[in-house]
Design a protein around this ligand. Structure first.
Ligand code: URA
Length: 199
């Protein structure tokens, strides 16, 4: 068992996992990042959103999805009645990324960086035990189901980490391509329907 697997397996709570992952030195990105960026939202939520990696603002604040893309994400989920700040688990989401350290210049995470982070991501998801997962963009799909091609994958439910998961286009993509918001809205409705047990 590798060191990441061993640390993840030995973590029985989210706090323990966060401490173990933050202390893990087997990822070079740690040296260049300002802050460890573990998660945000309500860990009792039925929905877990898996993103890619911290950007500049996330690196500054040590919280995922707090920059422009994150603000759009909050508005999107608010439209189906879900918020990271909700105390009621039914109305909440929880959010984390494949990587907890910012890649320099916001470059794409490398395969080795994804691979070494995966044991922590798996354990993280097991500890939160969400009913449904949203795979936000290509990197999340790559990590979760070993596939990229988000424009083809989006909107079709898959199994990831042993749970139903919905690939969606990343809000950063939607900021660059506003017409794609129409399909993202359809995906949000699919998520809402699934939560209500009617899809
Ligand atoms: N994009 C992501 O995928 N995650 C973040 O936390 C911020 C931007």
């Amino acid at each position: 068992m590798g060191q990441a697997e061993a640390l993840a397996a030995a973590s029985d709570t989210l706090d323990a996992l966060a401490a173990a992952q933050e202390g893990f030195d087997g990822i070079e990105l740690k040296k260049g990042a300002r802050n460890f960026c573990f998660a945000d939202g309500n860990p009792k939520a039925r929905v877990l959103i898996l993103g890619e990696a911290p950007g500049d603002e996330e690196d500054r604040q040590g919280r995922p999805f707090v920059g422009r893309a994150g603000q759009l994400l909050d508005r999107m989920f608010d439209a189906i009645g879900l918020s990271r700040r909700a105390v009621d688990a039914e109305k909440a989401f929880y959010i984390t990324n494949v990587l907890t350290w910012r890649p320099p210049g916001n470059r794409d995470p490398r395969p080795d960086e994804i691979a070494v982070s995966l044991p922590f991501v798996r354990r993280h998801i097991d500890l939160v035990a969400p009913d449904l997962i949203v795979l936000m963009g290509n990197i999340a799909c790559d990590a979760a189901i070993g596939r990229r091609g988000i424009l083809r994958l989006r909107g079709t439910w898959v199994q990831a980490f042993g749970r139903p998961a919905l690939p969606m286009t990343h809000p950063a993509y939607l900021l660059r391509n506003p017409p794609a918001k129409r399909e993202a809205w359809a995906d949000l409705l699919s998520l809402a329907a699934r939560l209500e047990g009617s899809a």
